[in-house]
Design a protein around this ligand. Structure first.
Ligand code: ADP
Ligand code: MG
Length: 226
């Protein structure tokens, strides 16, 4: 079943009187439960594409559909609701709250969604267990390694059981071995729970494990294995 559809999307940034075309006439579809890897050189439009898919930035032309609904034709408040409910984000930098423990950080999206704290805490503990941090739950981010911090960020992204996980170079700051561990955890959790996963990475071998590879080049997309 189709979950995301990008239809003739162009994104142009205006900066210092100049137009930067970050995406040019991009079209593709993705099915629910699929795992997609996005590859491409720096500046090719990967992050721009991810923000468009996640309801964070509107295209200059074209449409983005999620579950058949045109995201950027919704009123802002409704789009915000969809975004919070449907998407989990993992970025290159973890953006964890330094004063909170790993467990508390993971519960945060649940609290924002006004879920009962006990329910949030139980799910957060289960997620931290699954990402391999059962002995680190009451540590603060500053007491964790870079890889552990990113594992917490992965758990946090899954807190509200989003249907779609968008990860933008989640291992960009980590060594190869640590990076592999993070990707394993992301993959396992998404597959186990049937979530759609879209990962931007520079690590090409990851493409072998994906259902689709989207390769970006100067704002244009080639989709393989659809
Ligand atoms: P990638 O993630 O593949 O490195 P980006 O999507 O970040 O690529 O950027 C694509 C192009 O758009 C680049 O030329 C970049 O400089 C430009 N760009 C990205 N974000 C902005 C912005 N907020 N304002 C102006 N130009 C931007
Ligand atoms: Mg980027």
């Amino acid at each position: 079943m189709e979950i995301l559809k990008v239809d003739n999307v162009t994104k142009t940034y205006h900066m210092d009187g100049e137009d930067v075309r970050a995406l040019r006439d991009v079209s593709f579809t993705l099915d629910a439960g699929d795992i997609t890897v996005i590859l491409g050189p720096s500046g090719s439009g990967k992050s721009t594409l991810l923000t468009l898919l996640g309801g964070l930035s509107s295209p200059s032309e074209g449409k983005v559909y999620c579950k058949g609904k045109s995201l950027y034709d919704m009123p802002g408040e409704q789009l915000a609701q969809w975004r919070n409910k449907l998407f989990g984000f993992v970025f290159q930098f973890h953006y964890l709250m330094p004063e909170l423990t790993a467990l508390e950080n993971v519960t945060l999206p649940g609290q924002v969604a006004r879920r009962e704290y006990g329910v949030c805490e139980a799910r957060a503990a289960a997620l931290l267990y699954h990402v391999g941090l059962k002995d680190r739950m009451i540590h603060k981010p500053g007491e964790l390694s870079g890889g552990e911090q990113q594992r917490v960020a992965v758990a946090r992204a899954l807190m509200n059981e989003p249907e779609i996980i968008l990860a933008d170079e989640p291992t960009g700051n980590l060594d190869a071995k640590t990076a592999e561990g993070i990707h394993d955890v992301l993959w396992e959790l998404c597959q186990k729970e049937g979530r759609t996963l879209i990962v931007v990475t520079h690590y090409e071998p990851l493409g072998k494990r994906a259902d689709h590879i989207l390769t970006l080049n100067a704002g244009q997309v080639i989709k393989k294995r659809s």
